[in-house]
Design a protein around this ligand. Structure first.
Ligand code: ZN
Ligand code: ZN
Ligand code: FE
Length: 760
């Protein structure tokens, strides 16, 4: 009999066609497998039993990276082939599945260091199971002539492997070797190949700064065990305290430096190889300057052959087993991907630049995750994950393409069609015009790769965001989505949840429909819209842009009582002049907005407890507060606070001003900082619980979704989640979509699609 299968899922560039081929031969079937762009078509002929066994293995034994969304099958007229073959790609319209890049696999790694292998020490070794994918892709379908590998014609030996079904490199598009593949070189033009690699290793050993072109962009790199080198990098990159990611040679080095939960091992050492933020162990070798004042460190394992060669090369140089690997970009701008960009922006920072001639078509920063409950909790979803899609069956009928342009910070965008949504890799902060340019370029490229023609563009409600502006230049109908609504919808979508929820959006800054700054919100939300049920107590955020960075200004404005100036001074918030000036700004509402931003509340508490007076990077003050709370060895005290208040518009108010006052009184009375930091977390979690109970009484909804950048704080997340579960709520939280603004675009896209479905 003859059957036809249509396989939908991530099936391009993960060795799926060769897998089908081998499987069909194993089961004695004839027919073909063909890449149709939107799906893979398989026609198979054989006995009923053989077909059944084939169908079972198709799902059960599929390559690890082929996450099949679904398989359709039907009987069809006989095809009458005498063998099984892979039909050439045909371009076809419809939703496409573009694979993320895949870290070097164990088999290629073994060959890389095997003196008898013809790819011994080849910096671009890869196979059907590993290597670059998205970042070298020009056009779909995924085939060598539509990638950056087009400029490297295969040598006879590589071509033989490429066409040999028994080979690990059968149909492997980026296949390469010393004879035909790309080459590494120093950007100053002096050295190539092995000499260039040796020179960079030597420089790193000598405490110098190198820039190294990777898979999705350049990294800045130095010896992570050398305090002086790390400080030098900090000075040059003008990044005083924000933690650097560290690449370590192997799992043994990970174990030495940090505690790693079992569930994270497979991910750290698997095809994704993200940066995982782990708790440091005593006695590690990584210099304190890598993550100043923090008991955590972001570690990752080498994921390209070139990284492995930086650690191990037969040149007699003894390398450290930990290297700083931080994105090679100006703060907030996209990661550099071309020699031109590297020359312009990295040459002043690096003593030596190691590049290569395989072009990067799409940028991909490293993904970053925290650990929560022993499982991944995404902070930046990029290489290895983007643009893997999410499938939301209820929106399947929306045939028009949607583009969502994301927010201003940690920007990502999202394309969607037919219920399938593709969140992009990390772009950057829109404060830098290069990021806006990158957004323009990458949205167009991904729309073409995925064959999605946007008919509508979703953007943030903020009229002055550069992303809003960009959306309006596209000449398409636009939809605005309120910032915190988008956060909550992203969390619902990630959990495949379609019923209304109570959304707890605790966040830095988002534009509210009333013109005030929102960010500590309780919303009743579904995909299409929301009602504001409550918020934290509003306060005056005075001092313009600076108030967003300088927590002491917020703290000064939040203080209550007779002698505010005196208290502020005793809390060390500033000099008498600074405090006086800030109080004037607050009193006369100069450069001031009404704010319910939970992020700013964290900044204020952090400043008033003497932890972080002003932030040098987003989230610094909140991180310091979380770390201080984690120093306290028991659960924080839950303060007795007044009941929920009411705002003029009738919404509930969590008494956070009273919480702040209580903290300050105790601080002035000499209580311990870590105890108070812990009490702040515990009391805030209790207030959120109280707010949600009141919201449930009012609405009958008992599912809560937790989102917004403040929920990057895993201590708060745990306290809130435990509290709510104890109270009988179902809790939705993020896992692989960031709770921060990196997740906004998904929420915007889903909201836009839902509103379109309503119209139809
Ligand atoms: Zn491989
Ligand atoms: Zn070759
Ligand atoms: Fe946000």
């Amino acid at each position: 009999m003859t059957r036809e299968y249509r396989v939908y899922g991530v099936v391009q560039g993960v060795g799926f066609r060769p897998f089908v081929h081998r499987l069909a031969e194993t089961h004695g079937l004839t027919g073909y497998v063909s890449n149709k762009g939107s799906y893979v078509e398989i026609v198979a002929e054989g006995t009923k039993e053989h077909l059944a066994a084939f169908r079972r293995d198709l799902v059960g034994k599929a390559p690890e990276r082929a996450s099949l969304l679904h398989v359709e099958e039907r009987e069809r007229e006989p095809f009458l082939g005498d063998s099984f073959f892979i039909a050439e790609s045909e371009a076809a319209r419809g939703s496409r599945f573009v694979s993320p890049d895949i870290a070097i696999c164990p088999a290629c790694r073994t060959e890389l260091f095997d003196e008898n292998d013809r790819r011994y020490l080849h910096p671009f070794i890869n196979c059907t199971d590993c290597g670059p994918r998205l970042t070298i892709l020009d056009e779909m379908p995924y085939d060598r002539e539509r990638t950056s590998m087009k400029s490297f014609p295969m040598c006879t030996a590589c071509a033989a492997e490429y066409h040999d079904r028994a080979s690990r490199r059968y149909d492997a598009q980026p296949i390469a070797c010393h004879d035909c593949g790309p080459q590494v070189y120093l950007l100053d033009g002096t050295l190539r190949g092995a000499d260039a690699i040796r020179a960079v290793r030597r420089a790193l050993c000598d405490g110098k700064i190198a820039a190294v072109k990777g898979i999705g962009g350049f990294h800045l790199c130095c010896d992570a065990t050398n305090e002086t080198a790390v400080r030098l990098l900090r000075e040059r990159k003008r990044r005083p305290t924000k933690p650097f990611a560290v690449m370590v040679r192997d799992m043994a080095a990970v174990e030495r430096e940090a505690m790693i939960p079992d569930a994270l091992r497979a991910i750290m050492d698997g095809p994704e190889k993200p940066i995982v933020i782990l708790r440091r162990k005593e006695g590690g070798k990584i210099a304190p300057a890598a993550a100043p004042g923090s008991r955590r460190v972001g570690l990752m394992l080498p994921y390209t052959p070139l990284h492995l060669l930086l650690f191990d090369y037969p040149d007699g140089i003894v390398m450290p087993d930990a290297l700083i690997m931080t994105s090679g970009n100006p703060p907030g701008a996209p990661i550099c991907r071309t020699d031109g960009e590297a020359r312009e922006t990295l040459a002043p920072l690096a003593d030596v630049i190691l590049s290569h001639d395989r072009r990067i078509r799409v940028r991909a920063d490293d993904s970053v995750m925290e650990v929560y409950d022993g499982t991944p909790y995404m902070i930046r979803r990029s290489r290895g994950y983007a643009p893997l899609p999410l499938f939301l069956p209820p929106l399947e009928k929306v045939r028009d393409g949607v583009l969502a342009v994301g927010g201003e910070l940690k920007n990502t965008f999202c394309l969607g069609q037919g219920g399938v949504f593709y969140p992009s890799a990390h772009i950057g902060d829109m404060g830098d015009l290069r990021s806006v340019e990158c957004l323009r370029e990458t949205t167009a490229r991904m729309a073409s790769l995925l064959s999605i023609e946007p008919r509508i563009v979703a953007h943030d409600f903020h009229p002055a965001y550069r992303t809003t502006n960009f959306a309006k230049t596209l000449g398409l109908p636009t939809i605005d989505v309120q910032h915190h609504h988008a956060h909550i919808v992203s969390c619902m979508a990630e959990n495949n949840w379609t019923e209304p929820v109570i959304g707890v959006a605790f966040d830095g800054t988002g534009y509210g429909p009333d013109g005030s700054v929102w960010g500590g919100e309780l919303l009743l939300a579904d995909y299409k819209g929301f009602t504001r049920l409550g918020s934290i107590d509003p306060f005056i955020q005075a001092g313009g842009e600076r108030a967003a960075r300088e927590g002491w200004r917020i703290a000064t404005g939040l203080l209550q009582g007779e002698d505010v100036a005196g208290s502020a001074f005793r809390l060390g918030l500033g000099s008498e002049e600074e405090i006086g000036a800030q109080l004037l700004l607050v009193k006369n509402k100069i450069n001031a907005v009404v704010s319910t931003s939970a992020g700013r509340l964290f900044d204020a508490v952090s400043a008033a407890l003497g932890l972080c007076r002003e932030s040098t990077f987003e989230g610094e003050a909140a991180m310091a507060l979380q770390f201080a709370a984690e120093e306290w060895d028991s659960e924080g005290e839950v303060f007795t606070l007044p009941p929920l208040g009411r705002a003029q518009d009738g919404r509930l108010l969590l008494p956070t001003v009273a919480l702040f006052s209580e903290l300050m009184n105790r601080r002035l009375a000499g209580e311990k900082v870590s105890a108070l930091a812990a009490a702040f977390h515990a009391s805030l979690a209790a207030l959120i619980g109280t707010g949600c109970r009141a919201a449930r009484e009012k609405t009958g909804v008992s599912t809560v979704a937790l989102s917004g950048g403040v929920f990057q704080n895993t201590l708060l997340l745990r306290l809130v989640e435990d509290n709510l579960r104890r109270e009988g709520f179902d809790v939705l939280r993020h896992r692989l979509i960031p709770s921060n603004d990196g997740g906004l675009s998904l929420g915007q896209a889903v909201c836009a699609a839902a509103r379109m479905m309503e119209k139809e």
